[in-house]
Design a protein around this ligand. Structure first.
Ligand SMILES: CC(C)(COP(=O)(O)OP(=O)(O)OC[C@H]1O[C@@H](n2cnc3c(N)ncnc32)[C@H](O)[C@@H]1OP(=O)(O)O)[C@@H](O)C(=O)NCCC(=O)NCCS
Length: 438
């Protein structure tokens, strides 16, 4: 990996490229034809908040799938079939990560089943494209149903994720065909809105958040090149800096075992948030997928925290084959403070063998990031949130967002000098979007 050094010529070059990340002058041939907030409408407060296009009567709606090149065919992926689940797993493992990165995202089969098969899921929304003759998968996109609260309205939406096309078919307009096909199938279930995220700026994010990373196992992360020692930092000082106690500190902190409702009430305060109705599916602990903890005092649950797991494989390292990444999911601190609660989360995630804990600056996460030694890795770790066929009059700050869509940083490792300690570039220097009117 040829990472540029902090302050080097290459890095300064990188920064100038990133200096204007929100380039609203760029044309988007596909997205400009879709019912999404458009760049030209930014600042137009006369536009009403809500659906952009009315519901199309089913009889007028396209019933047949979009046409593919002759050699290819659509396939619906049954994730409960071990064989199909393995095909999707292998396809994503091979094609989802950025080939420039030595760290390759490796969603486990269990993770994919968790993310794609919540109660009430539609198999028809797990869409593959394969070669007719060999049956080999060449593209994939998925959706799952989700109730999402937008301001005071709960909207039935599709969460769209895992869009992926094999390298040979990229830049040929395949992604729009997949997006249109998943949209068609979502409409056939009488659902007209969707939520999705991207690292790219498309028309038009309603919120832009920043990933922060907290090193749990600095020695390994430096050894494998995931992190760098900043100037004047030695390995032993780094190990000391990120050291954590051996066991959680908050009395009553334990793994979640049963349904609890703290979360729904907590999430109701955010401008756009998940309206969880399948808490057991999304939050009851599943090994190597999702981990949830709560604080219980005298039979009363006062606090809740959770994270999900996505490993990255490492190429060409004699000692290690993976970097185990935990991603902050949903957290509620009512009695315990956020820093205290999340410190316990760091402790248990380290105990479980995770090497790094990543968190977006959504909800109240900013209240613990700096105190708990999370690093802001800079511009490349921005995640943009989008709504399909729903207009919000103004963009939301990350702290107004109560939605986490199992997305993660998967590309541009060269542009993502992970956690340069002591590099104090602040997220706010990049976050102008939060202030714009859409
Ligand atoms: C994402 C991926 C499918 C895009 O494929 P591509 O060949 O570059 O895209 P195409 O040329 O077919 O289509 C380009 C159009 O699709 C849109 N598009 C591409 N990726 C998108 C995404 N993740 N979300 C929404 N739209 C996307 C582009 O904005 C563009 O439309 P525009 O001209 O209106 O801006 C491909 O790069 C890939 O498989 N990457 C690896 C997996 C990955 O990173 N997935 C996305 C995670 S957020």
């Amino acid at each position: 990996m040829s990472k540029s050094q902090p302050g080097s010529k290459e890095e300064k070059g990188d920064q100038s490229v990133r200096a204007n990340p929100f380039d609203y002058s760029k044309t988007h041939k596909f997205w400009e034809t879709q019912p999404v907030a458009q760049f030209k409408d930014i600042g137009d407060t006369s536009l009403p908040e809500g659906p952009i296009e009315p519901v199309t009567p089913l009889s007028e709606f396209k019933q047949e799938p979009y046409i593919l090149p002759d050699a290819l065919e659509w396939t619906t992926c049954d994730m409960n079939s071990d064989d199909m689940c393995s095909q999707v797993y292998n396809f994503l493992k091979e094609n989802y990560p950025d080939e420039r990165s030595p760290f390759r995202v490796d969603y486990s089969r269990e993770f994919l089943r968790w993310a794609l098969c919540p109660p009430g899921y539609h198999q028809s929304w797990h869409i593959g494209v394969r070669v007719k003759t060999s049956k080999k998968l060449v593209a994939f996109i998925s959706g799952v149903p989700a109730r999402i609260k937008v301001r005071d309205v709960v909207v039935n939406m599709a969460k769209i994720d895992f869009l992926c096309v094999i390298k040979q078919y990229r830049s040929k307009g395949f992604a729009p065909i997949l997006i249109k096909e998943v949209t068609r199938r979502v409409h056939l279930e009488n659902i007209w809105q969707a939520a999705y995220t991207s690292l790219d700026i498309l028309p038009t994010p309603f919120s832009s958040c920043q990933y922060w990373g907290r090193l749990l196992n600095p020695k390994k992360l430096i050894d494998v090149g995931y992190s760098e020692l900043r100037q004047r930092m030695t390995m032993s000082r780094a190990v000391k800096l990120y050291k954590l106690p051996d066991a959680p500190i908050t009395p009553g902190f334990r793994e979640m075992e049963r349904r609890q409702w703290l979360l729904r009430k907590y999430l109701s305060q955010f401008g756009v948030a998940t309206d969880f109705d399948e808490i057991e599916h999304w939050l009851l602990p599943r090994k190597d997928v999702v981990y949830s903890y709560l604080v219980e005092t005298h039979d009363v649950i006062t606090d809740f925290c959770s994270f999900y797991a996505v490993p990255f494989t490492i190429s060409d390292n004699p000692k290690y084959t993976t970097v185990e990444c935990a991603y902050s999911y949903y957290n509620v601190a009512e009695t315990t403070s956020f820093p205290k609660l999340m410190n316990d989360v760091l402790i248990v995630s380290k105990k479980k063998g995770f090497d790094v804990f990543n968190a977006l600056d959504v909800m109240h996460n900013k209240s613990f990031l700096k105190e708990l030694k999370f690093d802001d890795p800079g511009d490349a770790a921005k995640l943009h949130y989008y709504l399909y066929n729903y207009h919000l009059r103004s963009a939301l700050k990350p702290s107004e967002l109560g939605l986490v869509l199992c997305s993660m940083i998967t590309k541009g490792w060269e542009d993502f000098p992970q956690c340069r300690w002591g590099d104090s570039r602040s997220a706010s220097s990049y976050g102008a979007l939060s202030d714009h009117k859409m």
